[in-house]
Write a protein that binds this ligand. Structure first.
Ligand SMILES: Cc1cc2nc3c(=O)[nH]c(=O)nc-3n(C[C@H](O)[C@H](O)[C@H](O)COP(=O)(O)OP(=O)(O)OC[C@H]3O[C@@H](n4cnc5c(N)ncnc54)[C@H](O)[C@@H]3O)c2cc1C
Length: 412
């Protein structure tokens, strides 16, 4: 394949910046431009709801050192919003009207947190969490003794609850489901997280919906209105009700999108190419036809952004190898650290537990038929290579061995 003269990457986050580095690693010598709307150079998000909120660190993990961009001839244009992609003329258009031609384009625009349409949702003191600036603004408000109401008990809601408790705040988490992380983990595992947070002093408002926020006139948020007519007083509110993939550019350009009722996001093939031959998509926005699962998978996790970013560099330079990595996720809450590998459906898959649930040292397996679909190790790190191999497929499981046998021996 003739080397593309100019590659443009839209989205200066983990996936986009990793792809830029990987293109240079693979010997790409043409022009390479990365466009990002934030003023910060590309950084990783996980610390934003953990170490940064806790005050353990001032800086996120940067994807590359500042000097790397110049050294590797990666033109990083920050504070630059891309407003359009013209597939016919192979150009992107930025908010200031600049038209930038490309031979290959990578879309890595990530997600944005959902802001429900409700009374008071724009009041000062109500926070969403996605960017470094969001995290710093929230941290400044997590002051000892303050009443913090968190709306949503997904991963980010739970991590913020843990950080807020560690900072001495009074914390209530409101969630319409009967348990935190319920849809993702099912009853038994969700109970582990309910009990963990309760033991750390979090109050649960499980089974309650929120329908708005009250505030002082022209001032800060003061409360959260619940669907039973009651109101929770609040000094700080964090709305953590999920994120939506940023597909506006792809949609306007006419690229194929996955329906919101399936995975949402931009459809890509096994090699991460969109419906336009010269345009690729990675990270949170990519809905990939995944060879392991035989269906579309879209993953809003750190490892996916990093590994797809590295993989797509090959695809943009003509390599047809499919992306096959299983989804991987990690979380830290108080003294609990976990890794989750694979794709589970807790309503369908059978839960098998190895280790000690009460001590929060265990591995949970989600098993379908005779294969492990997903595994979550909690405060246990001995068997991570075996867990990765088990969820990668082609291994027949013996449930008794999952519970207390030698996992490596299952791999044959
Ligand atoms: C608070 C928080 C904590 C997390 N913790 C974990 C964790 O513990 N473990 C884990 O596995 N995952 C975690 N994640 C998820 C993980 O970080 C994301 O899945 C990953 O960062 C996605 O990378 P990305 O490059 O696709 O998107 P992003 O990192 O969101 O980068 C996309 C970038 O594109 C820019 N952009 C978008 N549109 C445009 C445009 N039109 N013009 C210019 N620029 C644009 C955005 O401003 C953004 O900077 C966390 C996420 C958050 C928000």
């Amino acid at each position: 394949m003739v080397e593309p003269r100019r590659i443009v990457i839209v989205g200066a986050g983990l996936a986009g910046a990793t792809a830029a580095g990987a293109l240079r690693d693979k010997g790409y010598s043409g022009q390479l431009v990365v466009l990002g709307q934030e003023e910060h150079r590309p950084y990783e998000l996980p610390a934003l709801s953990k170490g940064l909120l806790l005050g353990e660190t001032e800086e996120p993990a940067w994807v590359h050192d500042e000097a790397t961009y110049a050294e590797r001839d990666i033109e990083l244009r920050l504070s630059t919003v891309v407003e359009g992609v013209r597939l016919d003329t192979h150009e992107v258009v930025t908010a200031d009207g600049t038209e930038l031609p490309f031979d290959r384009l990578l879309l890595a625009t990530g997600s944005q947190p959902r802001r429900p349409v409700m009374t008071g949702v724009h009041l000062p003191g109500l926070h969403l969490l996605r960017t470094l600036d969001d995290s710093r603004a929230l941290r400044a408000e997590l002051v000892e003794g303050r009443r913090v109401v968190i709306v949503g008990a997904g991963w980010i809601g739970c991590e913020v609850a843990a950080a807020a408790r560690r900072r001495g705040c009074e914390v209530i988490v409101v969630e319409p489901n009967p348990l935190p992380l319920h849809r993702l983990l099912g009853d038994t595992m969700a109970e582990v997280f309910r009990d963990l947070h309760a033991a750390e002093g979090v109050h649960w408002g499980l089974g309650y919906g929120v329908f708005g926020f009250t505030g002082e006139e022209q001032g800060r948020v003061t409360g959260v209105m619940l669907d039973d007519g009651s109101e929770l007083p609040a000094d700080v509110v964090v709305v953590a009700v999920g994120a939506a993939p940023r597909v506006e550019l792809a949609h306007a350009a006419g690229l194929d999108l996955a329906s919101a009722t399936s995975t949402g996001g931009v459809e890509v093939d096994a090699c991460l190419r969109t419906s336009a031959a010269d345009v690729f998509a990675v990270g949170d926005i990519a809905s990939q036809l995944h060879p392991r699962y035989g269906r579309r998978v879209r993953v809003e996790h750190w490892a996916n952004a990093k590994h797809q970013g590295a993989h797509v560099a090959g695809g943009m330079l003509g390599d047809e190898a499919p992306y096959t990595a299983s989804p991987y996720f990690f979380s830290d809450q108080y003294d609990l650290s976990l890794e989750f590998r694979g794709v589970a459906d807790p309503l369908v898959d059978e839960l098998v537990v190895r280790g000690d649930l009460a001590a929060r040292e265990f591995v949970a397996f989600w098993v379908r038929g005779d294969e492990v679909r997903a595994a979550m190790n909690v405060n246990m790190w001995d068997d991570v290579d075996a867990l990765a191999a088990l969820v990668a497929g082609d291994v027949r499981v013996d449930r008794a061995k999952l519970v207390d046998g030698d996992l490596a021996s299952l791999l044959g």
